[in-house]
Design a protein around this ligand. Sequence first.
Ligand SMILES: [Zn+2]
Length: 310
Amino acid sequence: MAFKLFKNGDDLYNQGDDLIKRGEYAKARDILQKSIDKEGGVDDVAAVKVALIDLSSRLTNPAAYRNLESKLKAVSQKQLEFGLTTFDRDALITECVLTAQKMQIMDATSNDSSKNEAAKQLQDLAVRYQSEIGDRNLIVLEIFKNDTTVTGMTEFYNLMAVSYEYMSDAVVWDNPSQAAEYQQIAMGYRQQNGQSGDANLARIRSYSCTSKCWLCGRVATGEGIHFFSAPADVSPALDKDDNGVAKSKPEGSTQIYICRACYSAVSNRSDEISQDYYNRAMAEMRAMEARLQAEIAALQTQISFARMNR
Ligand SMILES: [Zn+2]
């Protein structure tokens, strides 16, 4: 650089670094971008820092991780720093690859038919977190959340839990007992990860709960899926133990158990009845409106007739 009249790329780079240390990412990004424009190449560390700043506001966006990955691959330095954190380039590349995949699998999984496939992919990914990151903490969370508790291992447990929850969701319609078993495994992974697993336990209870339908007497397993409880007026004479293995109402409550078939038949019929009442009410309203219109028209005729004869 012949002139020092304007700041050169290195000066700008150092200024950008100071701003990052102060947490002023937006300003730092502008300055670093100027440094890249002046004399940066494709292998510019400033480009990595810009990509990191862009990631900071898009931590759940796979594209932001892929962008950072490509910038990291372009630099030759093995050790890099961002603010006060020093990190290994290759470790962050691995983290970007795995995180982008994780976000993508979880985003793409909406219906039950894709959940088994997603579960398989998540288990493969979990094993990669375990083997490729292991006990090391995730760099991105350390930099932006000051959190060093999330490691390759905690991600392994977390993803294994999610994968068994997906498998449970996929099978609960056909086989609630199997779904309960998957929830049991998911709970084990969550507990190894220091979580309570309460949500899993609640599902295990409802999926393994068996009842006898109060209406038809069929036995159904899986509360909220294959049978429901509904409010009912149960008189003391009716509320005696039915001596069966499966109960037809929860103990001491004013609810009864109804299997899905009975429940849907009753609610469909009740919808039809409501629709019928609605149609009749609307027809009567329309008839009344027509009568009123006729009376108004007759009155108007009388009024104009009276005016003409005044
Ligand atoms: Zn029934």
